[in-house]
Write a protein that binds this ligand. Structure first.
Ligand SMILES: [Zn+2]
Length: 228
């Protein structure tokens, strides 16, 4: 794939001893050029960046080297940890609204190639730790959106995709979501956490209701984790 070096000054060293074990996927909400500009603007009050920006036609722009911290996650939570910039890699995928616009085929093909290379370099990024921004910041973010091809990625070995569990989910939904990795209900409104889960794993209906299908999908995921 084509990688263009486009260095951003918005980065920091990884804290000593950091293991990179999370991959966060975003959409830009903005066209390519504007995204590149904002993600390398050092004059903004809240400076932001990402390791890669992926154009619609499949070119990847490298803004921050993987050995440094990029500022893409913000306030975030996954599997009991917070402030995930330090231990993550962030990819900003050019798409103006991932709830409404499909991700074009060349972009998805390039994303799969890019993610595979990242996962090969960072074996601590287990499938469950390939997440969307909305998974780790459910009260603030909806990217990469309901049109994001999570299943296609999972079929390519990137991230997890549930089969409905054969057994029902025992116990309380929020506790089970937390077991999977989502923030505890004290950190974000419970309904927003359910919506984040649905946005990722059942995008056809994102209403925050703990219906039987949602529970079955989560049971299926937890079942897969138990067998890994
Ligand atoms: Zn984002």
């Amino acid at each position: 794939m084509k990688i263009v070096e486009r260095p951003s000054p918005n980065s920091a060293p990884r804290p000593d001893g950091t293991v990179v074990d999370i991959l966060v996927l975003h959409y830009t909400e903005l066209p390519l050029q504007e995204s590149l500009d904002i993600l390398s603007d050092a004059t903004r009050e809240h400076r932001v960046s990402a390791h890669y920006v992926l154009a619609e036609e499949g070119t990847a722009y490298r803004l921050v080297p993987e050995e440094r911290v990029a500022w893409h996650a913000g306030r975030s939570h996954w599997r009991g940890r917070e402030a995930l910039n330090a231990s993550s890699i962030g990819i900003e995928i050019v798409n103006l609204d991932g709830d409404r616009h499909d991700y074009p085929h060349p972009q998805v093909a390039a994303l799969i190639e890019l993610c595979r290379a990242i996962l090969a370099r960072h074996p601590s990024i287990v499938p469950r730790n390939v997440v969307g921004h909305s998974d780790i910041a459910p009260q603030r973010k909806v990217d990469p959106g309901r049109r994001f091809p999570w299943k296609t990625l999972a079929d390519a070995g990137i991230g997890l995709w549930p089969k409905a569990g054969e057994r029902p989910l025992f116990g309380e939904l929020q506790a089970a979501l937390q077991r999977y990795g989502y923030a505890p209900p004290v950190a974000a409104p419970p309904r927003e956490i359910v919506k984040a889960f649905q946005r990722h794993f059942r995008p056809a209906k994102v209403d925050g209701m703990p219906d039987p299908e949602t529970r079955a999908l989560l049971a299926g995921l937890l079942d897969r984790l138990a067998r890994e």
